[in-house]
Design a protein around this ligand. Structure first.
Ligand code: TYD
Ligand code: MG
Length: 472
């Protein structure tokens, strides 16, 4: 059977993974500069039909026949982590945890070793190409995972200090752990691949190898990947296509909150987020993010409102700030942090046209506090209210929350999950909330939500309702 072995050279962008036949200064896919790297590939398609000698057909089974067993998922021992993974870590899955350097990825996974071992007597292998064994031990001690000098609390966790990916794979085969952590993929290399450590080719080959190990041995593997803003190191974008799940660990390094977000998950939803807080003794779960995001809210300041957004199945309250200031530019600036820029422009236009507020010659700044991204249309109303309060310079009553989508006609449109949102507002001690009038239908009339609920069908009604609350 003739299999053509012709070698082909392609150029792959380290940022977006786009393939080019020729080298180019700029990637045609994502327009970033100097990101193309040479990768040699081999065409292995047989000439003629596939069903010939030398080619073994892959075994085929009916889906219903496959036995998964009951324990396909491992408990992460952290509620926030389980939530993001979709109910636990699936055996044999390859999960990429990416984030900026220093955000806390190594810390999170080291703590995961501890919490997972709290649920089951697992054998965990931590392959570190970044830190030395001793640094890892010191960190574990700092995190309080090892009691005294005995090291009893983290027994069952093994460390391999190596950047040789094949060696790591062999160690996995030899020791048969229940979970493997590779920190980080940029430090791994396969000697046979003729490319520098951290390059696209190396990162790709190492990930493919780890994927093969995870699938064949049914061992879940976490790989840590750094994202680099200037694209110097092969961005984990190339990896995202290969792995089963991609988790982003993000947050402002100056602030203590960290958000774990699934951007790809073959075994669960990508809507869920997990919230953590970086303390002096490592990361701590934040089961009640609303309280965290609302803490430190200034009182009696104009331009602030509270939104209620759904992150997956969880309602979260957060503060929106708007600042409207006289512009020194010919074209006034619109800056939006945590809220979609185009939606902000739309809301400004609706406020001008339908509510008589004018923003010409004024700079507008919007900020959603805590690094949260309010991508949902339900956040519209809070942004409009913050802008209204900011332009009038009158503070919104601090015990009032709002949610709803704004239409181009100035109408307030219904949004889903009204019951969950109203309950969250009530639980967080708000005494009233303005919601879309059409969403009142979703509420159970017999239930006492413990909060004043005002239905508004357009912006004018909402502003009237808020002013009435102000006078109280
Ligand atoms: P690290 O997990 O090393 O980041 P990554 O692996 O993503 O590069 O986290 C490093 C940062 O976390 C460091 O800047 C200090 C901070 N940190 C704490 O604030 N408290 C702690 O207990 C630990 C271990 C780290
Ligand atoms: Mg690290």
């Amino acid at each position: 059977m003739a299999v053509s072995q012709k070698q082909k050279t392609v150029y792959i962008c380290g940022e977006c993974g786009c393939e080019h036949p020729k080298w180019n200064g700029q990637c045609a896919g994502c327009h970033s500069w100097n990101t193309l790297e040479e990768v040699k590939t081999r065409k292995t398609a047989p000439e003629g039909g596939f069903l010939t000698d030398g080619v073994r057909p892959a075994p085929v089974r009916e889906l219903g026949e496959i036995d998964c067993g009951d324990d396909v998922r491992l408990d992460a021992g952290m509620g926030e982590f389980n939530r993001v993974l979709g109910g636990g870590l699936v055996k044999g899955s390859l999960v990429l945890l990416s984030g900026e350097p220093g955000i806390g990825k190594s810390t999170l996974l080291l703590q995961l070793c501890h919490t997972m071992r709290g649920k089951a007597a697992l054998k965990i292998l931590y392959v570190t190409g970044e830190e030395s064994e001793r640094q890892l031990k010191i960190r574990a001690e700092r995190l309080g995972l090892i009691s005294g000098g005995g090291g009893a609390a983290l027994s069952g966790v093994y460390v391999a200090q190596s950047s040789d990916c094949l060696g790591a794979a062999a160690a996995i085969e030899q020791n048969a752990p229940d979970l493997v952590i590779v920190d980080s993929i940029q430090t791994m290399r396969i000697n046979a691949v003729n490319s520098a450590q951290g390059s696209v080719a190396q990162v790709r080959e190492c990930t493919n190898l780890l994927m093969a190990v995870a699938k064949s041995k049914e061992i879940p593997i976490f790989i840590i990947g750094h994202v680099n803003k200037d694209g110097g190191i092969a961005g984990p974008k190339v990896l995202e296509h290969i792995v089963d799940a991609v988790l982003y660990f993000e947050g402002d390094r100056q602030l203590s909150y960290r958000i774990l977000r699934a951007v790809k998950n073959r075994f669960g939803s990508t809507n869920e987020i997990g919230v953590f807080e970086m303390r002096d003794k490592g990361l701590r779960e934040v089961p009640n993010p609303s309280a965290m995001l609302l803490s430190g809210r200034p009182k009696g300041v104009s331009g602030i409102s509270v939104l209620c957004t759904m992150e997956g199945t969880r309602p979260i309250l957060a503060e929106v700030q708007a600042l409207v200031a006289k512009s020194g530019f010919a074209v006034p600036r619109r800056v939006s942090n945590g809220f979609d820029y185009n939606r902000l422009c739309l809301i400004l236009a609706v406020l001008e046209k339908r509510a008589g507020l004018f923003f010409g010659g004024l700079d507008v700044y919007i900020n959603v506090i805590g690094g949260l991204r309010a991508d949902e249309p339900a956040a519209d109303l809070a942004v409009a209210l913050a802008l209204y309060s900011g332009t009038r310079d009158v503070a919104v009553p601090e015990d009032l929350a709002v949610f709803g989508e704004i239409g181009l006609g100035g109408e307030i449109r219904s949004v889903g999950n009204a019951v969950e949102r109203v309950r969250e507002c009530s639980r967080m001690g708000f005494s009233s909330c303005v919601i879309p009038k059409a969403a009142l239908k979703q509420l159970d009339k017999r239930e006492n939500y413990g909060i004043g609920i005002i239905g508004a069908s357009n912006l004018g009604q909402m502003f009237n309702a808020v002013e009435k609350q102000e006078q109280k």
